[in-house]
Ligand binder design. Structure first.
Ligand SMILES: *Cc1c(COP(=O)(O)O)cnc(C)c1O
Length: 306
C-alpha cells in the first residue's frame, strides 16, 4: 500500500507517518474496534463520488452500538470527515478506511472510561482479488473454520475482533492454493466469505444468504436492488454447499472485492467455469452505477471535487 498525505484523526488531519497509537491501546489487545471499507470512484463526467457514503457512516455507528462502543459523531459528521480526507489527499478514487477503537487507559477487558478514538485513512486499492479475477473469476474452497454462531460473535458489527475467524479461513485457503474461502455457518449452511457476501444463480434465480450469520454488505444490498430492478428474481434463502456445486453461476460482493465471479468451489467447476451471463450483466451495471453513468441510482453517490 502506498502512503497518502493525511489521515483524519478525531477532527485533525495528521501526516500519514505520524498517525500513531500507544502499544497499550485497548483495541490492540482485545479486538475492540469497528471499521468500514468504502470506495470512491472517478465518474465519467470527471467528478468523483463516494459510493453509499451515508449508509457506510451509519453502519460504523451501528457496529459501535452492537459492541457497546459509542462513537461520538453523527453519520453526517463522519460523511463530511470522509470527504475532507479525500480532498486533503487529492484523491479522485480511493479505498477509504474509517476505524473507531478503544484507546489507552484501563488494561482490563472492561473498557471503562478509555477514550473512543476515530480515524479515517484513504489509499489507492485496485481490484482486491486481482484485476484478472474480476473477469475470469476465482477458485474457492469450503473452509474448515465455521462462521461464528449468531450468539457467539455479533456478525452484524463490522468488528475487528470478528476478523480472527476470517484470517484463519483466508490463510488456510491461500496456503491450500485457493483465492478465497467459503465459510459455512454452525448449522452447515453457506454463510459468506472472509470479507465478502456470496450469491449463486441457479435456474435463473439469484440466491444469497439471509442476514443471519453474515455481515450485511452494502454491496450485497446494492446488487439485490439492482438485480430486482433489472427483472431478476432474488431470494434471501439458506443454501448448502452441494447446491452451490451445481449452481450455474456464483459471485462474491463486497466493497473491496466489488463483484467478483467464482469459477470453482472445492474442485467442482461452477457453470461454464468463467463469469456467467447474469454475473457479467450485474457486474457491468454495477460499475456503471459507481461511475455515475446510471441516473436512476444518483442517490447512492456523494459527489465531491478534488
Ligand atoms: C465488509 C464485509 C462484507 C462486505 O460488505 P460491503 O458493505 O459490501 O463492503 C462482507 N462480509 C464481511 C465479513 C465483511 O466484513
Amino acid at each position: 500500500m502506498d502512503a497518502t498525505k493525511y489521515i483524519w484523526s478525531d477532527g485533525k488531519l495528521v501526516p500519514w507517518s505520524e498517525a500513531k497509537v500507544h502499544v497499550l491501546t485497548h483495541s490492540l489487545h482485545y479486538g475492540s474496534a469497528v471499521f468500514e471499507g468504502i470506495r470512491a470512484y472517478q465518474c465519467s463526467d470527471g467528478s468523483s463520488a463516494v459510493f453509499r457514503l451515508k449508509d457506510h457512516a451509519q453502519r460504523l455507528i451501528n457496529s459501535g452500538k452492537i459492541i457497546r462502543m459509542e462513537i461520538p459523531y453523527t453519520a453526517e459528521q463522519l460523511s463530511e470527515a470522509i470527504v475532507e480526507t479525500l480532498k486533503a489527499n487529492g484523491m479522485h478514487d480511493a479505498y477509504i478506511r474509517p476505524l473507531s477503537f478503544v484507546g489507552y487507559g484501563e488494561m482490563g477487558v472492561y473498557p471503562g472510561n478509555n477514550p473512543v478514538q476515530t480515524i479515517i485513512a484513504a489509499w489507492s486499492w485496485g481490484a482486491y482479488l486481482g484485476a484478472e479475477a474480476l473477469e475470469k473469476g476465482i477458485r474457492v474452497k469450503t473452509s474448515s473454520f465455521a462462521r461464528s454462531h449468531v450468539n457467539t460473535s455479533m456478525s452484524k458489527a463490522k468488528a475487528a475482533g470478528n476478523y480472527i475467524n476470517s484470517i484463519l479461513a483466508k490463510i488456510e485457503a491461500k496456503e491450500d492454493g485457493y483465492d478465497e474461502a467459503i465459510m459455512l455457518d454452525t448449522n452447515g449452511f453457506v454463510s459468506e466469505a472472509t470479507g465478502e457476501n456470496v450469491f449463486i444463480v441457479r435456474n435463473g434465480i439469484i440466491k444469497t444468504t439471509p442476514w443471519t450469520s453474515i455481515l450485511g454488505g452494502i454491496t450485497r444490498d446494492s446488487i439485490m436492488t439492482l438485480a430486482r430492478d433489472l427483472g431478476y428474481t432474488v431470494e434471501e434463502q439458506q443454501f448448502t454447499r452441494d447446491e452451490f456445486y451445481i449452481a450455474d453461476e456464483a459471485f462474491f460482493t463486497g466493497t473491496a472485492a466489488e463483484l467478483t465471479p467464482i469459477r470453482e468451489l472445492d474442485r467442482r467447476q461452477i457453470g461454464a467455469g468463467h463469469a456467467g451471463p447474469v454475473t457479467k450483466h450485474l457486474q457491468q451495471e454495477f460499475f456503471k452505477i459507481v461511475k455515475g453513468e446510471n441516473p436512476k441510482y444518483a442517490a447512492w453517490l456523494a459527489h465531491y471535487s478534488v
